[in-house]
Design a protein around this ligand. Structure first.
Ligand code: PXL
Length: 268
């Protein structure tokens, strides 16, 4: 059985995040990867030098081509940039009844460049969250989407419940942005909370971690695994990818996408 996965996201010329991270991850996990490009970024490990969004028509046509012939078993969204793009993507996901949708609500690159216009946040809440099977915000993104301040563990649970109320069927709030010794990702499925823990690894090479994490979940959902199983695999994959750093570029470098399946040292 060949499982098909789709990423609707931005291109990172530096290869560590966005479409490139997603396709590498899909390949590593043995699923067939497809892409709809929403924007092209000029980028390296030092930062984002340029952002060039595609037209809504170009995005629609890419999605229609895939829908007509290669319907995905699961898909993810990453950088969507504008309210108009979000609305179009949401409408087409709905029209095609693509239910296994992972929404990574990408907003700002590590250096501070906006990958989502400020006024597009409301569109994300209205057009995408209600269609999300899984949403994977980091803490700052969860704060923007809910308007809540997240400091304690209880705050994170409250924000997860709020995102569930906005329509996402499963919420994963990632723990990468805390100062804690462990990086703890919190899953809420509308009934229970589950925690996924790994030791925090001290490194600057974390570019594209969010994209990669959501891409693993997408690949595993395409194969038929549960959300809990998919998040468990995503946690192992990304921890191993961060630990086995590649040391390329002189800034915030990419993770090692091949470590989990090949020669990497696995971190439990
Ligand atoms: O990691 C978020 C992200 C998503 N998509 C693209 C990016 C980045 C971060 O830089 O460049 C295209």
């Amino acid at each position: 059985m060949t499982y098909k996965t789709l990423t609707i996201a931005g291109s990172d010329s530096g290869g560590g995040a966005g479409i490139q991270a997603d396709l590498k991850t899909f390949q590593e996990l043995g699923v067939y990867g497809m892409s709809v490009i929403t924007a092209v970024t000029a980028q390296n490990t030092l930062g984002v030098q340029g952002v060039y969004p595609m037209s809504v028509e170009a995005i629609e046509e890419q999605i229609n081509s895939i829908a007509a012939d290669l319907a995905p078993d699961a898909l993810k969204t990453g950088m969507l940039f504008s309210a108009a793009i979000i609305k179009k993507v949401g409408d087409l996901v709905e029209a095609n009844s693509w239910n296994k949708l992972v929404v990574d609500p990408v907003m700002i690159a590590k250096g501070g460049s906006r990958l989502l216009q400020e006024e597009a946040v409301e569109a994300m809440k209205e057009h995408l969250l209600p269609r999300a099977y899984v949403i994977t915000p980091n803490i700052p993104e969860a704060e923007v989407l809910t308007g809540m301040k997240i400091e304690m563990e209880e705050d994170r649970k409250g924000a997860a419940e709020a995102l569930y109320q906005l329509g996402a069927m499963n919420v994963v709030i990632k723990g990468g942005h805390t100062e804690d010794d462990d990086a703890v990702d919190l899953l809420y499925d509308g009934e229970e909370f589950h925690e996924f823990k790994s030791p925090r690894i001290k490194t600057d090479h974390t570019h594209g971690t969010g994209c990669t994490f959501a891409a693993v979940i997408t690949a595993e959902l395409a194969k038929g695994y549960s959300v809990k199983e998919a998040v468990h695999t995503a946690k192992k994959f990304i921890t191993t990818a961060i630990y086995n750093e590649l040391k390329i570029g002189s800034g915030n470098g990419p993770t090692n996408h091949w470590a989990y399946k090949r020669q990497g040292v696995e971190v439990k």
